[in-house]
Write a protein that binds this ligand. Sequence first.
Ligand SMILES: [Zn+2]
Length: 138
Amino acid sequence: MTSYFSNAELEAFLDELLPAERMSAIEEALRTSDELQQRLTAINGRRDAGLHSLGEIWRRHRLSCPTREQLGSYLLGVLAEDAADYVRFHVETLGCRYCASSAADLRNQQSAAEVEVVQQRRQRYFQSSAGYLRRGDS
Ligand SMILES: [Zn+2]
């Protein structure tokens, strides 16, 4: 199985900003691929020369990170289309670790809120059926 890694990903790899699975996929590929090693060396050389790509500068200064509110709206699917496209690119394509962990965090909060709603509904159901059974007993 061959995987393709974009330059943006290789740059993020150098910054250790990729999701863990992607980091190890690249590490794995680097062991066997001369081509990939050369590309990574070239990218590393370019940044040593001070020529940073725009994506790299963004990542470095975290200018491209959406706010937590934007991220939350994105996860709920209520963010405006173009903003949502941007967040998707940032989190899924660039694989920003900061945002990925914020997103995981927010997802937990959101699902915890959903579980609570279900529990409340269930509790109401059991309370009413318990009431019904009690009445039926006497
Ligand atoms: Zn980010």
